[in-house]
Design a protein around this ligand. Sequence first.
Ligand SMILES: C[S@@+](CC[C@H](N)C(=O)[O-])C[C@H]1O[C@@H](n2cnc3c(N)ncnc32)[C@H](O)[C@@H]1O
Length: 309
Amino acid sequence: MHPQVISEAIFSSTKLRDLAYYADDTTLIFKMEVREALKLLEEHQIFVNCIVTSPPFYGQRDYEVEGQIGLEAHPSIFIDTLSDVFGLCRSILADNGSLWVNIGDTYWSGKGQHRSGESKQGARRFGLRPQDKKGDGKWCVPKQLLLIPHRLAIAMQDDGWLVRNDNVWRKPNPIPDQVRDRCSMSHEYVFHFVKERWYYFDKNPVGRPTDTGSILPPLDTWELPTVRGKRKGHSARFSEELVRIPILTTTPPRGIVLDPFAGSGTSLAFARKHGFRCIGIDLKEEFCELTKNSLLEVVQQEEEENQSE
Ligand SMILES: C[S@@+](CC[C@H](N)C(=O)[O-])C[C@H]1O[C@@H](n2cnc3c(N)ncnc32)[C@H](O)[C@@H]1O
């Protein structure tokens, strides 16, 4: 299918550049609430080819910034909020574009605030999480797996998205969870959503070569190690390998990749390394700075490679 790629001009729009935290000829970073930034992009008639993102997971982290998503009192509010965000994404996604969403699940604990003082747990529990409160007695009862990824995917279908895959990211090195009466969690999902039946997809860069020389599409189970610790200053960073299949299969040459919850800028750095243009959004200035620095590192590497040629 013929890819829709917009002109270079949007990256030189002074209006957008003035509102951006960082801008250059191929990159825009916005330090804004995600819905505000998406509306701004729509107003400027921007459209993107590939959206790849890992939104905050429900009740997992406190990013210590006002307006953050992820700590809603009830999981249904969280699902509604994410559906709204992706509804705005839909308006700026090319008709033949793709949206990839990495999302993991959460248990309702209902135990109350963690008080053991154990350092590992203390780091994971930032205080009173929504799922530590008394629940609604239905979805939210102690020990219940909330099925957040599945609920989000169903809400997205109801909003008109086509679900192409519920890719499973299998982690060979999951964070040990201290449970005795269920299996330990070692996977997250990376949903592939599209707007229309026919969309841009090039399996060749990441496909599986056969003995006959043909290329099969990649599998829907991806075994990739997690990024551990607060590397590069962000505790929920994903690995560049997680965005390899999404970005390389669904971004046409010179296309635009958007990460609406950019964090430390992993997807933007990967996109830029592969010659794509990119747009990132994050509410927190510290993370926008990390993204800017990751991109400047890529630019510097490119310059060094060009000089040595
Ligand atoms: C799971 S992290 C993304 C991590 C990223 N994939 C990486 O590799 O670094 C989610 C991000 O969403 C941001 N965020 C949370 N609520 C937001 C909001 N309402 N608007 C914009 N960004 C938000 C957080 O600051 C956080 O950096």
